[in-house]
Design a binder for this molecule. Structure first.
Ligand code: SF4
Ligand code: SF4
Length: 83
């Protein structure tokens, strides 16, 4: 259970500023996710939390179109529910 919590604490959820995205798919190209992790616009997924959180997608984006939110609050909620 500790490892599950650790993963959840690292999870991030991404947003793409669509006006800034040029559709180069560089973010998808560097993503090590073992499953398809893409949006309908061929960027990394924007609604699914990423537990790997390597942040390569953010670093590679040539237009800084990718923003993210850390999901630490959800992990804390899970932790509290278990106590
Ligand atoms: S943080 Fe890493 S694993 Fe997660 S979507 Fe971005 S490139 Fe893929
Ligand atoms: S790397 Fe940036 S500009 Fe390229 S597809 Fe992904 S979000 Fe869009």
């Amino acid at each position: 259970m500790v490892s599950t919590l650790a993963k959840q604490q690292r999870a991030v959820k991404f947003n793409v500023i669509w006006q800034a995205c040029i559709g180069c798919s560089a973010c998808v190209g560097v993503c090590p996710q073992p499953r398809p992790f893409v949006s309908a616009f061929d960027t990394i997924a924007v609604e699914t939390p990423c537990e790997i959180a390597c942040m390569r997608c953010v670093e590679v984006c040539p237009t800084s179109a990718i923003t993210f939110q850390k999901l630490q609050h959800e992990a804390q909620a899970v932790e509290e529910a278990q106590n």
